[in-house]
Design a protein around this ligand. Structure first.
Ligand code: SAH
Length: 483
């Protein structure tokens, strides 16, 4: 039985021909022989370590020479001799000349030194990995030389996943190890402490560069014996396209126990969470509120008190027409810890789709974010005066009051010829772009063919947009009405 299992686990195809290990190089000599790019690439890689690096290059190329000077690496301008390798922990043959590289390899082996020959796998004792460096944490990716491009792709992916402050956090963790071992029994309690340490309050404080706060959080965690504390992240999911999510939002999503999301947030983004994360939709699409704001506030407070790590996912930026103010007040009031992660707001995504400069030299130097709903009252809101003075106006949730907005602005003195851009489903493959003037804007309200969220941008700066991929706002409408 036992033998059978071992055989299954390790078929010849699943065995590594090169096995990863981490080699101590601190203060030890490493020698790179070569004049050019390849030597420089290996030198750069090794310079991420605390090895004592020497480059042997009789006629170094200028880039190599200036790099060694700038990085305090010793450069021996000598023809290669076997004694250059004396005492080295690792050696690199990177001369680009086959016979010379082979000689270096032979010399190194004779002296018992592990050697790598660039682009000559058959001559290598070891391969260098693609490296994600969060010293003292390192992730090394190897493909046994079969796919350097693949290794770089994987490297980039892992790099995105890991906070830049992970190394500092790991160093801090090391200073707590003894105290944790003294105070918490081995097993679940200790594991719980470290889980919370690496993803809870200490990690969050380190992420924003607050070292003392991270330390205080680690102390507090120790004082309460590793018990987890809830935390709510109010996270901007961006306008819809998955890859407009920030790296921080992505990271928090992957760590969340619970994801509380609005209806506008696409499934693909919610799906970035852990498979076992609880997902709670709280509606908020026009006409179908599945939960009141007060209920959402209570839900967040309850989840926080239950020790959950929550991502409250909102479309665009959470602080732009997102009612985050009310949620933050509720969390503050209940003493539940929270943070805010910005996102790309719909106005920016719509402007990008339209190649529309929101500020335009000599034309518009200010911008207004509005819903336009305050135009319904008697007095003209201040922003309307700004619009008349040339500000670019972004109207959120403006479809149902497009006619009102247009009429009021025209009555107030904004030219009916002022340019207007409308984007439905900004940033998504289903996006549609429309252009017209303020006089055409009422047509938006009548169009029944627009079913996605719509952003309206008004102002002279709109004239700087690109119109060859957009259709007319009003003409299209007449066709729709005629049909
Ligand atoms: N917090 C969000 C706005 C929420 S209000 C943000 O910062 O973007 C909802 C309104 O945002 C919608 O009615 C619409 O006007 C706008 N909106 C959101 N996503 C959009 C998109 N992909 N395209 C166009 N408008 C969008």
């Amino acid at each position: 039985m036992y033998h059978l299992k071992v055989a299954q686990m390790s078929t010849p195809e699943s065995r590594l021909n090169a096995f990863p290990i981490f080699m101590k190089v601190d203060g030890r000599p490493v020698v790179v022989v070569g004049n050019g790019d390849e030597a420089l690439a290996k030198a750069r890689l090794m310079a991420q370590s605390s090895a004592v690096l020497t480059i042997v290059a009789e006629t170094p190329e200028p880039e190599l020479a200036s790099w060694t000077a700038a990085n305090g690496v010793s450069l021996l301008r000598e023809a290669y001799r076997p004694d250059h390798l004396a005492g080295a922990t690792l050696a690199f043959a990177a001369t680009g000349e086959e016979t010379l590289d082979a000689r270096i390899v032979a010399d190194a082996r004779a002296a018992g030194i592990c050697v790598n020959a660039v682009d000559r796998p058959e001559l290598c004792d070891f391969f260098t990995p693609a490296l994600v460096n969060r010293a003292p944490v390192a992730i090394a990716i190897g493909t046994e030389g079969t796919g350097p491009v693949l290794a770089q792709m994987i490297r980039a992916r892992i790099d995105r996943m890991l906070s830049p402050s992970l190394g500092r956090l790991a160093t801090l963790a090391a200073s707590y190890r003894a105290a944790v071992e003294a105070l918490l029994p081995k097993g679940a309690a200790r594991r719980g402490y470290w889980n919370e340490f690496f993803s809870g309050a200490p990690a969050r404080a380190m992420e924003i560069g607050h070292f003392a706060e991270a330390q205080a959080a680690a102390d507090a965690l120790l004082a309460r014996r590793g018990a987890v504390e809830g935390h709510i992240a109010l996270v901007g999911a961006g306008p819809g396209a998955e890859d407009l999510l920030t790296l921080r939002a992505h990271r928090l999503l992957m760590e969340a126990d619970v994801i509380v999301h609005d209806a506008l947030v696409p499934e693909a983004i919610i799906a970035m969470g852990r498979r076992d994360a609880e997902r709670i939709g709280v509606g908020k699409r026009k006409g179908c509120h599945s939960k009141s704001q007060a209920e959402i506030n209570d839900l967040l407070v309850d989840l926080g008190r239950a020790g959950k790590r929550v991502v409250r996912l909102k479309s665009g930026d959470p602080l732009v027409f997102g009612r985050a103010g009310e949620e933050m007040a509720a969390l503050r009031g209940a003493g539940v810890s929270y943070e805010v992660v910005p996102g790309v707001t719909a106005a920016f995504a719509a402007a990008a789709d339209f190649e529309l400069p929101l500020t335009l030299r000599g034309v518009s130097s200010s911008m207004v974010f509005t819903t336009g709903h305050d135009l319904k009252g008697g007095a003209l809101p201040d922003w309307a005066k700004l619009a008349i003075a040339g500000a670019t106006v972004a109207v959120y949730m403006g479809r149902s009051i497009a006619a009102e907005v247009a009429t009021r602005l025209i009555d107030a003195g904004l030219s009916p010829d002022t340019a207007v851009a409308v984007v439905e489903n900004a940033s998504l493959p289903t996006k549609r772009l429309f252009h017209g003037t303020l006089a055409d804007l009422p047509a938006l309200e009548a169009r029944s063919d627009l079913t996605g969220p719509v952003m309206t941008i008004i102002g002279d700066a709109v004239a700087g947009a690109r119109f060859d991929t957009s259709s007319a706002l009003a003409v299209q409408d007449r066709a729709t009405v005629a049909a």
